[in-house]
Design a protein around this ligand. Sequence first.
Ligand code: AMP
Ligand code: MG
Length: 512
Amino acid sequence: MSLFDRFEDIVKLNSFAALPPAFYTRLPTTPLNQPVLMHVDQEAAALLGLSLQALKNQAFLDVVSGTSELPGGQTLAAVYSGHQFGHWAGQLGDGRAHLLGELQGPESNWELQLKGAGMTPYSRMGDGRAVLRSSVREYLASQAMHGLGIPTTRALSLVSAKNPVMRETVETAAVVARMAPSFIRFGSFQHWAAQQKPDYLRLLSDFVIERYYPECQAASNPYVSLLEAVVKRTAELMAGWQVVGFCHGVMNTDNMSILGLTLDYGPYGFMDGFDAGHICNHTDTNGRYAWHAQPAVAHWNLYQLANSLHTIVPDADALRAALDHFEPTFLNAMQQRMMQKLGLSDWQDGDETLVDDLWSLMQANHADFTLTFRQLAYAPALPDLEQTGVTQQQIETDLGNTVNPNLKPFIDLFIDRAAAELWLERYRQRIARNPSDSNFNRIQTMLAANPLYVLRNHLAQQAIEAAQRGDPTEIDNLMKVLRNPFVAVPGMEIYAALPPAWASHIEVSCSS
Ligand code: AMP
Ligand code: MG
């Protein structure tokens, strides 16, 4: 794979800019005051075709800070609409995002977008900026989700600057350069339905189908087929979120990717102690976007997308039938993932109750989401393994891991140890009925499905505070462990530990 030292050498496409001017406003970014490249993700850069050398050039910083245009790009802000917290909000749009263009990477094409590079016609009351705090959070979350294997927009770089930005207090500005095959949202479709512009809606749908869902072209109605494909991807995405305890926080229709990617990281959170009703967004007082509500909200959002498509698809029954794929797809995806998480090599009678009872046990004990699943791998097997002289240490070493002495065993994660023991005994009996599967295989499956590292709020907070002092070390450490969160990294034990007491006091709001 040949990588290039300059943006100039990479082919640009500007496909979105080729849509009619009504879809966007062409405008330049607003440069920052004394931008500094705080972090860059080499892996993401390689996807664009950029070499290590390219990232060291001033020209790179100039582009990702919004100081100069992307050579060959056509900078623009896109318009969209949407439902916010269940209410129709009308026209929104890229209020602080600039699409720089599309790069032909070695494997596929990527749109490159700056978040926080100045005002646009869609900024409404906003200043077009993003603060360092929220930019660090978006940068790290993009890596965390990618590492977990959950579809997401990617982050290329994090630039900090001196510009003061007024939020609850005065903070400083930053810009994240992010990448995705497309940033088109459900709200992009809703926009043209609301504007009563069916031709534009058709154009947008054709654009999305041709480029991202070509398999829909052969269907009797490609638009219905598109909806069905988006329904399935979104249902899969929800299962991906649920099983790692991820809460998006602002699942408005304008934050829903038409490609089924996790998009627009704001007041998101990975749960520490399990609470099905966990609300990560301090502003979401009614818990509309609580953890347990996410799949139903996604379905509601898809319903809004279907409603928009009804403008160009008169057959409402066909749209309804496409929406009906949500529940079975989601439930099946959940079942597959729970099987892996629990190391069950098939799905037997009684498994559903066993899984439900684990959730209840975790809920009653506020047990740590991540470590409960991670440590479950060893919980039932250790006595047997010890008899045969095999230790957790040996298994971890065989898997290329080191054992983290700070990690509590499964049973110690529950206050009610007796209840946990009872459940564990049922689980022991169940895995004994795994057909032809060794404990070693089961543990291996479980460790590959249950991350050791997630981007806990307190870890993000520590990285933010260091970044605010100009120190990117914590960001760098987190980027390393989150790249492959299933494998223990020697020396990084602290990033897998239970949260400190102060973590429960962190409040994350929409302010960003
Ligand atoms: P969000 O919920 O963060 O995705 O944002 C909702 C809408 O508000 C989007 O259209 C954003 O572009 C816009 N927005 C959020 N913050 C700002 C800001 N500081 N300046 C301009 N627009 C903003
Ligand atoms: Mg948004």
